[in-house]
Ligand binder design. Structure first.
Ligand code: TRP
Length: 434
């Protein structure tokens, strides 16, 4: 990753079948955004989150399959982004625990979803926590772990999720305050210019209103569902209102401005609802049909998606595994041979471990050296052309030795070394410990 990259991350709960509203409101804009230069995107299937809402194992599996197939069919390029399944990253539940331990219970008491459940119980005269699982209560912590694991800068979400991002910031700050700067504070990114799509009954298209049109419904079913979109009772030939027309709004979400202008004229000229619905069907199908073939192929070949998700998990864990090692180290879950180090409140890490120092020599080159706690020289690097290159080599070595910094003392070479030599020496030592 180059330094200037912005990391964008979002999760999709695997509890349902993707519908047109998901496509217009989240999937399509996210895929477009993932193609922008200078962003590094992380998209994942939030299947641990799904368990909070769904206790039907077959439905979890089916939804995971459908959502994964949808994102790929809609054009997500898994080479370009990191696309993975949450439950393939065991570091996420581990980080969840670390965050749980810095998260105030009061913060979670104030979460909208939990409060809504409690309010409902109060209204029903039931015990306030009736039917509230600890999973629902802990939902924001798991979500914070998703985000903080990859140090995402921006998190595209719907308005209903903004509080969760604020809570993630809160947990990140608490952790950083206690243990040093490990986490980026994420920002919610709300897409204001993507319309929420109305559903069959004119209310927002949503699974909870049971008014959705599945994105990959076969054409005949798509046609039938579109025929069921609520309209008024104006007869053919009578001018129709575009204002408040669900049909018109859905059309607009798929059409070019010119096509939309044309439909507006047709409405004024009294197009029949049947013809307008046919136009809508044709317009949606033109966009969806090419993807539908890919979708159906992937659904029929789950092994393709499984392989793709496994590869995505490996890519994600290249980040998650060393980062979690660092976090473990930070909180004090350490190899016992790594003597010592920072007592609580000892922010300046006056450890007894060796440390890297960077400097410039009279030859104009940039070097680093490794010195022990007393300042005795252990190693000196080759010269680098720029401070940036020297810094990158140091960073690489620090990451590599994070799980066991004491190893640095054991590196057998004591003379001028290349970063490469040092790295392979470290790798050998690490391998010998496994
Ligand atoms: N809670 C999100 C939703 O319901 C899904 C989600 C889980 C998520 N983890 C996330 C979104 C991390 C963004 C980042 O929509």
């Amino acid at each position: 990753m180059s330094k200037s990259n912005v990391r964008v991350l979002t999760g999709i709960t695997t509890s349902g079948t993707p519908h047109l509203g998901n496509y217009v409101g989240a999937i399509r804009p996210a895929i477009a955004a993932s193609r922008a230069a200078g962003v590094e995107s992380f998209y994942f299937l939030a299947d641990y989150h799904a368990l909070i809402k769904v206790d039907d194992p077959a439905r979890i599996q089916r939804s995971t399959l459908e959502i994964a197939a949808t994102w790929i069919a809609a054009g997500l390029d898994p080479e370009r982004v990191t696309f993975y399944r949450q439950s393939d990253i065991p570091e996420i539940p581990e980080l969840t625990w670390f965050l749980t331990c810095v998260c105030g219970k009061g913060l979670l008491n104030r979460a909208h979803a939990y409060k809504a459940a409690v309010d409902k119980n109060h209204a029903a005269g039931a015990d306030e926590d009736a039917d509230v699982t600890a999973g629902l209560f802990m939902y924001p912590v798991l979500m914070a772990a998703d985000i903080l694991m990859f140090n995402a800068h921006r998190v595209p979400v719907g308005r209903d999720q903004v509080q969760h991002i604020e809570m993630a910031r809160d947990m990140a700050s608490s952790f950083n305050h206690l243990y040093g700067e490990h986490f980026v504070l994420p920002e919610a990114q709300i897409e204001d210019n993507v319309a929420t799509l109305p559903g069959l009954d004119g209310r927002k298209m949503s699974k909870s209103y049971d008014n959705t049109i599945p994105l990959f419904a076969p054409p005949e079913q798509l046609k039938k569902l579109i025929a069921g979109i609520k309209t008024d009772s104006r007869a053919p030939g009578e001018p129709k209102d575009t204002e408040g027309s669900a049909l018109f709004q859905i059309y607009q979400a798929f059409a070019t401005p010119a096509e939309t202008a044309q439909l507006r004229q047709d409405f004024a000229a009294g197009i029949s609802w049947a013809d307008a619905k046919l136009k809508l069907f044709q317009r949606i199908d033109a966009e969806i049909a090419p993807m539908r073939a890919t979708y159906e192929d992937l659904i029929a070949h789950p092994e393709k998606l499984e392989a793709l998700l496994q590869a995505g998990a490996a890519k994600a864990r290249k980040i998650a595994t060393p980062f979690t090692a660092k976090v473990r180290q930070a909180v004090g879950l350490r190899d016992l041979r790594a003597q010592a180090a920072d007592k609580k409140g000892d922010k300046k890490d006056k450890s007894t471990l060796p440390s890297f120092k960077q400097y410039r020599e009279a030859d104009g080159q940039f070097y680093f050296k490794l010195v022990d706690a007393q300042g005795k020289l252990l190693l000196q690097s080759e010269g680098f052309a720029s401070p940036k290159e020297a810094g990158q080599a140091v960073k690489r070595l620090q990451d590599l030795s994070a799980p066991l910094p004491a190893l640095l003392q054991e590196i057998p070479v004591k003379h001028l070394v290349t970063a490469q030599e040092l790295e392979s020496a470290l790798q050998q030592l690490l391998a010998a410990r496994d």
